[in-house]
Design a protein around this ligand. Structure first.
Ligand code: GTP
Length: 149
């Protein structure tokens, strides 16, 4: 659902609305994907933020980037799904550890069905996953879907 909305947004902003197209943003590290995505963020209905839960060295960098997104006015009411990936690696960070390093302890809004419609609270939650093992992210997307109109 988020992908559909997101792609429609991207298509509209690129003048490709109602054209039959699937667009993939691909490129190596440092090619500029993130910068381009930042520029397209005004049409965004939800954000999925991926963190490598095994790469502890980059937690501070990941937190900085996340903080920047969370404080971006154009994303003020946008739900954030944080996916802590690579939990198939046994020494990957636990959910609590990841929450701590991302500054999310006590600030997430709750798993399951949580009605935030009449509040000013932005939905934000952490789900741990292993994308290669096809584990965990389904729950995250399900959680997120309740906040997409
Ligand atoms: N162990 C493990 N490795 C994973 C998992 N998901 C992805 N990877 C590996 O992590 C590496 C990076 O994955 P990518 O999908 O290329 O990551 P990316 O975010 O697109 O990276 P950039 O292109 O640099 O922006 C690859 O070697 C993947 O095989 C996972 O669930 N578990």
């Amino acid at each position: 659902m988020f992908l559909v909305d997101w792609f429609y947004g991207v298509l509209a902003s690129l003048g490709l609305w109602q054209k039959d197209a699937k667009i993939l943003f691909l490129g190596l590290d440092n090619a500029g994907k993130t910068t381009l995505l930042h520029m397209l963020k005004d049409e965004v209905d939800t954000v999925v933020y991926l963190v490598d839960a095994y790469d502890r060295e980059r937690f501070p960098e990941s937190k900085n980037e996340l903080d920047g997104l969370l404080s971006d006015e154009s994303l003020a009411n946008v739900p954030f799904l944080i996916l802590g990936n690579k939990i198939d690696i046994t020494s990957a960070a636990s959910e609590d550890e990841l929450r701590y390093h991302l500054g999310l302890t006590g600030v997430t809004t709750g798993k399951g069905t949580v009605n935030l419609a009449d509040t000013n609270v932005r939905p934000i939650e952490v789900f741990m996953c292993s994308i290669v093992r096809k584990m965990g992210y389904g729950e995250g997307f399900k959680w997120m879907s309740q906040y997409i109109k």
